[in-house]
Design a protein around this ligand. Structure first.
Ligand code: PLP
Length: 400
């Protein structure tokens, strides 16, 4: 689908056509996004918000239009709820630090799931340690599905926030976040959703979900690296302490006392990555132009096709067999180390990721050092799925 829009896909590695199946780590960029970045630096590069001069106003205008594009994309109620960050990691760190500083007290509890990316574990550990709070874990089962019934017991009157991934990056599981949110809200507990692996693969409506925070990165959705979004409900953002101090986020500064700027600027200290924000807008428009429903349906076909073919390989073991998955396939073959498999696939032009995928607790759960992970984007093809399957078979023969 729309493969010709992505110049890098014409590259060859070791003289072989590139089969790029590491999209959960980062997606490739369409020409329109690359052009938007170029155009920004060629035509209007300048610092935003403070300038009266023409370029600054043009850049500010584009920057704020990008905020509106993000608002529309996730259906936030207002642009005040859309905070630009450097990525999902920074978004979660922002919430953990600011929310923690404002609401967490000694003996309070934070709930995360066992399948979280480290960036939705460590920021909470840091703030729990600082505030004397406790981190509790919602487990998953052998198929890689959250044991949602246990959430009822885990959420107590000391729980201050629940933080869960929309989609697991190492298992591919699409979590029942609507149910997580409903259970938490029944106890008046807010919910943060880590949407890093979801936003490029299915429509997200933060108002329909009623989540309190939703975090994601641009680079996993065809936008440049170094840009991310933290969506937060107005009521929390108004109360929460700022994350970082500096320019932009203030109203008045004296040595005695500083007052803070309105939302969203209160959480955007310093000069932002303006060109990357503009690139993010182009990526959003690009996705919207194709349609997320269409992308989701196509990636599901690729997932089913590839899973069925891989399943025929003797010794194939899938890690993550949830009923509801996105285009992420984690696997092991016999007792071949995932790293060895990854290297041999690479030599055949097939780029996959190997290792723990920043989810060490998931690997501990299964008692494995890591997995081989193939992950799809809209531009992958059935021929590439075949190339993966053939490369795995060849690697298996060589390593057995
Ligand atoms: N959360 C999930 C589920 C992820 O897959 C990732 C990256 O792989 C992150 C968070 C962190 O994203 P970033 O490295 O873009 O900040």
């Amino acid at each position: 689908m729309n493969r010709a829009d992505f110049p890098i896909l014409n590259e060859k590695v070791y003289g072989k056509p590139l089969v790029y199946l590491d999209n959960a780590a980062t997606t490739q960029k369409p020409q329109v996004v690359i052009d938007a970045l170029n155009d920004y630096y060629l035509r209007i590069n300048s610092n935003i918000h403070r300038g009266v001069h023409c370029l600054s106003q043009l850049a500010t205008n584009e920057f704020e239009q990008a905020r509106e594009a993000v608002r529309r994309y996730i259906n936030a109620a207002t642009t005040q709820e859309v905070i630009f960050t450097r990525g999902a990691t920074e978004s979660i760190n922002l919430v953990a630090a600011s929310f923690g500083r404002t609401y967490l007290r000694e003996g309070d509890e934070v709930v995360v799931s066992e399948m979280e990316h480290h960036s939705n574990i460590v920021p909470w550990q840091l703030v729990c340690e600082e505030r004397g709070a406790k981190l509790k874990v919602l487990p998953f089962d052998g198929r890689g599905e959250l044991m949602i019934s246990k959430l009822q017991e885990l959420v107590t009157d000391r729980t201050r926030i629940v933080a869960v991934a929309h989609v697991s990056n190492s298992l591919g599981t699409v979590n029942p976040i609507e149910e997580v949110i409903r259970i938490a809200h029944d106890h008046n507990v807010p919910v943060l959703i880590d949407g890093a692996q979801a936003v490029a693969h299915s429509p997200v409506d933060v108002q329909a979900l009623d989540c309190d925070f939703y975090c994601f990165s641009g680079h996993k959705m065809y936008a440049p690296m170094g840009i991310g979004v933290m969506y937060g409900k107005n009521k929390w953002l108004n109360e929460m302490q700022p994350y970082q101090g500096g320019g932009e986020m203030i109203r008045d500064v004296t040595f005695e006392k500083t007052t803070y700027n309105d939302l969203p600027f209160k959480f955007e200290a310093g000069t932002p990555s303006v060109g990357d924000v503009i690139g993010l807008r182009k990526a959003i428009e690009y996705i919207e132009g194709i349609g997320l429903e269409k992308i989701a349906a196509y990636e599901q076909e690729l997932l089913t096709y590839t899973t069925e073919k891989l399943a025929k390989i003797d010794g194939m073991r899938f890690i993550g067999e949830a009923a509801h998955k996105t285009g992420v396939i984690s696997f092991l073959v016999g007792n071949i180390h995932p790293y060895d498999m990854g290297v041999l696939l690479d030599h055949q032009g097939v780029a996959v990721r190997t290792g723990h995928h920043c989810t060490q607790p998931v690997m501990t759960h299964f008692g494995i050092p890591g997995t081989v992970r193939a992950s799809f984007a809209l531009y992958n093809t059935f021929e590439e799925a075949d190339a993966l399957v053939n490369a795995v078979m060849k690697a298996k023969t060589m390593l057995s």
